[in-house]
Design a protein around this ligand. Sequence first.
Ligand SMILES: C[S@@+](CC[C@H](N)C(=O)[O-])C[C@H]1O[C@@H](n2cnc3c(N)ncnc32)[C@H](O)[C@@H]1O
Length: 193
Amino acid sequence: MSTDPYWNHNTHYHPWILEQVPAHARTALDIGCGDGLLARKLATRCDAVLGVDIDENVLATAPSAPNVHLEKADFRDLDDTFDMVTAVATLHHVPIRDGVAALRHLVAPGGTLAVVGLWKMHPLTDIHYLPLIPAIRGLDWWRRGRRGGPGATVRDPQETLAEIRAVAAELLPGARIHRRLMWRYTLVWRRPR
Ligand SMILES: C[S@@+](CC[C@H](N)C(=O)[O-])C[C@H]1O[C@@H](n2cnc3c(N)ncnc32)[C@H](O)[C@@H]1O
């Protein structure tokens, strides 16, 4: 039974993200961390977790937790590297090429990048997604009593999945991208040692 304070289309993927954490990971970074819920979960697997967000109001709602440090920053300005880097519903807040290039630099050799993202859907290119809608509606209904979120800033995605795939193929060779339920894609990339 989850002890999360709420469920939404992003927290739905927290278990998937935790599965991607490499066994050797000591440090983790969550970009666009909001109220730090994922950062606190990463701290159960890593010794030191940094969460960054450009919105100080949402950061102010975050409870403190051992081994978790949250700060106001644009992830594109960071220059450390981390064994695990996560981005949930945040990459589409910046131009895709800038964002992916910045994320690539933040992953330590042997580290992992896990992205849960949104893309700009089009009825023609995303027609295969339509049969998933009843399942999404079903999950929304099943979780209706726990729906909630951090009150973070949201933005409509500007890039198609084809555009995201093209940038990832160039900057993150070997990245695996999959369309998922809840209007999300997942991307996982392991930086070679
Ligand atoms: C849709 S919210 C997602 C928040 C959280 N990851 C979640 O799953 O609930 C996107 C977050 O990204 C933050 N953000 C947008 N651009 C950013 C940037 N360049 N650097 C750091 N955070 C950013 C926003 O302030 C917002 O809190």
